[in-house]
Structure formats: structure tokens, C-alpha cells
Design a protein around this ligand. Structure first.
Ligand SMILES: [Zn+2]
Length: 245
């Protein structure tokens, strides 16, 4: 999307485009809508950098509050807590250089995963195949006792260390929240998926906007294009007049 991030028609187009896409493809669309990208394609950004852009889009469209709702696993109380986009700025940055793992004579250089890597893994025939594709994607090179080896032959303890190193290299790729229940005081860990959250907010915004278009189109005989061409502040006045009869 080359228009301003807050352009209503472009955002409705984004919702249309993402309607049948996978969650990861939607994340790429949202990150792309957050503003001009660098020379690296969004799909090839580390997941954490992609998701930072997604939350930036949330800030531009809906403000800085992020409402997280989850069910307490101890007493089943449904809890909502309000975070701000700024709080996520405290998450350590994605490593700019590959990480290095050394274990039992194995040396592995690995990098953060990207949306392209995840899309490739999701096309694998089964979960084991998907895991192997992710491992192969994040391994830049691997050696055993100084000799190069493919990622596929890494023993489970080394592969597990690589997975940990990749997660530590890109902390924003999995946002873990420590929640405390206001009812029973129990605590638990939840994961926030920014793209899932922002897509849901955007879909809700889109439905409300289409409701406004519907009301004004019926009242004045305008087309959708006409309604959206009216600035939001004047549209609110017209909506008020229609509703007041
Ligand atoms: Zn509880």
C-alpha cells in the first residue's frame, strides 16, 4: 500500500486483500501498510521487525492502547489488561548480525526467521517437515569439528540450542506477557500476536465504517466512493442529522 497509512479506502482494500490470506500473509500486509519500507521486502524482514511495524500501524490507526483479554487458567476469570504500544518498545531489539551456537564440537551460525521462511515451512506436508524447513532456513552455516554440514543433520540438543538462539536474537517475534489475575492472584504467561490483534481491530473498524457508508448511502443516495470522499468530521455531522431524522 503506497498511500498514507490512515487512508480509509486503502485500508478497506487491505481488508479485502487479506480476507482469504493466511495469518502470516496478513501480518505482511499490515506491516507493509505501516509506512514506506526500506529496501528489504517486508516478507524478508525478521518476524520481530515485521511485528514492530504492525504495532506501529496500530498506533497510527487506533492509538497507543492495546487491550489484551485472556482467561485465567486458575479460576477461569476472563481478564482484560491494557498495555500501551510504548511498553513494547522496551523489548530488546532484533540482533543485526547472525547468532552463533557452539556445542559438543558443532558450530552453527543462525539468523532470525522471516515471513518467507514461515510461508515455506507451512507448505511442508507435515509438522516434522515444517520444523525441518524452519531449522534449515535459520541456519546460515553449520560445521562439525571444522567441516561444513547441512542443517538437517544437527542432533536434537544442537537444534534445540539453535531454536533458543534464534528466539533470543529476535525477541519481538514472540511477545510473552506475564499476566496476573485480579480475581485469584494467580499468574500465567500469554503470547500476544500483534498481527492477529491488529487485524481483528481493523476488521471491526471496517465493519463500523461500512455501517456508516450504508446509512449515508441510503439517506442521500450517495455511492460508497462519495461517502468516503467526505472528511470524517463532516461525515459524523451528516450521520448525526440522519439519526436525528
Ligand atoms: Zn484467577
Amino acid at each position: 500500500m503506497n498511500s498514507r497509512p490512515t487512508d480509509e479506502r486503502a485500508l478497506l482494500g487491505l481488508l479485502d486483500e487479506g480476507e482469504t490470506r493466511s495469518p502470516h500473509e496478513r501480518a505482511v500486509l499490515l506491516a507493509g501498510a505501516a509506512g514506506p519500507a526500506s529496501d528489504v521486502a517486508i516478507a524478508d524482514l525478521p518476524l520481530g521487525l515485521r511485528d514492530r511495524r504492525v504495532l506501529r500501524l496500530h498506533g497510527l490507526l487506533f492509538g497507543t492502547s492495546v487491550h489484551v483479554q485472556d482467561t485465567c487458567p486458575h479460576c477461569a476469570e476472563v481478564m482484560t489488561c491494557v498495555l500501551t504500544v510504548d511498553q513494547f518498545e522496551e523489548v530488546p531489539p532484533t540482533l543485526a548480525t547472525p547468532a552463533r551456537v557452539e556445542l559438543d564440537g558443532w558450530t552453527v551460525t543462525c539468523r532470525a526467521l522471516t515471513s518467507t521462511d514461515v510461508a515455506h515451512a507451512l507448505r511442508a506436508p507435515d509438522r516434522a517437515g515444517a520444523r525441518l524447513r524452519l531449522l534449515a532456513a535459520c541456519v546460515v552455516d553449520a560445521e562439525r569439528d571444522g567441516l561444513p554440514v547441512p542443517a538437517e543433520v544437527l542432533p536434537p540438543p544442537v537444534a534445540a540450542s539453535v531454536v533458543r538462539a534464534v528466539a533470543e536474537a529476535d525477541p519481538f517475534a514472540e511477545l510473552r506477557l506475564c499476566l496476573v489475575c485480579a480475581q485469584c492472584g494467580g499468574s500465567w504467561e500469554a503470547v500476544l500476536d500483534p498481527a492477529h490483534y491488529v487485524w481483528r481491530e481493523l476488521a471491526y473498524w471496517g465493519r463500523r465504517l461500512m455501517g456508516d457508508v450504508h446509512v449515508l448511502a441510503r439517506a442521500y443516495g450517495w455511492r460508497e466512493h462519495d461517502v468516503l470522499a467526505v472528511p470524517a468530521s463532516r461525515r459524523a455531522v451528516y450521520l448525526g442529522l440522519v439519526r436525528d431524522g
